[in-house]
Design a binder for this molecule. Structure first.
Ligand code: CDP
Length: 233
């Protein structure tokens, strides 16, 4: 059975309602909110600032440090506060997805800290977090060659659909998990992939389709991000 009609009636290539705003955390050096439907991420940037302890410093370039977390009330079952393997992994992949666009060599011995909090979660939180972080870095005035746009694309019962909800991530056929979640990020002008993860199985031709769908969606995200930054003036 193919998944043709989406639970919320969206077209296969249609994202949820997307919203972006910068300057949501006035005391940070830069900040942004990014929303995919019921998934809301807030990012706050501090730095570049001197990195302590000193042995962590890189005299050639600054480093980016991301810290992703979901607020306890962001999900239906209260999320236990504090660090966990999942948040550590998402923090690491977020930093790696953003690194290629940052001109870190201009800031030797420093750190740029990016704190990402998910205030409401309905799947796709790492992607919303990356989009918010990319905007917050630009808002902080960090020299960047490009913005980064992230989107989760799914392969569900033979169909490729963008921006999965939690209900779609949990999709089952014959009592078995039948959804594959493929979060990806693109540098927005160069269209290079800076994140590609895969949770589940996918046929090679569907992976190609998914990447194309993701690339297209990232173009729409770019426009929304640019609009949010323009709103600054
Ligand atoms: O959020 P994302 O899709 O990037 O990552 P995930 O690990 O695949 O999580 C998918 C979704 O599961 C999250 O967005 C939340 O809606 C939900 N989740 C949850 O309800 N409780 C958790 N402790 C972790 C995730």
């Amino acid at each position: 059975m193919a998944y043709t009609k989406r639970f919320d009636g969206r077209k296969a290539d249609q994202m949820r309602e997307v919203e972006a705003k910068v300057g949501v955390v006035p005391r940070a050096d830069g900040s942004a909110m990014f929303k995919f439907g019921d998934t809301i991420a807030i990012a706050a940037v501090y730095g570049p600032r001197h990195l302590h302890p000193q042995f962590l410093q890189d005299p050639q370039q600054g480093i980016i440090r991301c810290s992703y977390d979901m607020i306890s009330f962001s999900v239906t079952e209260r999320k236990r506060p504090g660090p966990a393997r999942r948040s550590q992994e998402i923090s690491d992949v977020t930093a790696r997805s953003l690194e290629p666009v940052l001109l870190l060599s201009q800031f030797p011995n420093t750190v740029i800290d990016v704190f990402i909090n998910i205030v409401q979660a309905d799947a796709g939180t790492r992607c919303a977090g990356i989009n918010a972080a990319s905007l917050a870095l630009a808002h902080a005035g960090i020299p960047m060659t490009d913005l980064v746009g992230a989107i989760s694309v799914g392969s569900l019962g033979g169909s490729v659909v963008v921006d999965l909800t939690k209900e779609e991530e949990d999709y089952e056929e014959d009592g078995e998990k039948a959804a594959t979640d493929i979060p990806m990020a693109f540098t927005l002008r160069d269209k290079k992939i800076s994140l590609l993860q895969l949770d589940g199985k996918v046929k090679p031709e569907d992976l190609k389709k998914a990447i194309e769908a993701g690339r297209k969606a990232s173009e729409a995200i770019y426009e929304i991000q640019k609009e949010a930054l323009r709103g600054l003036k």
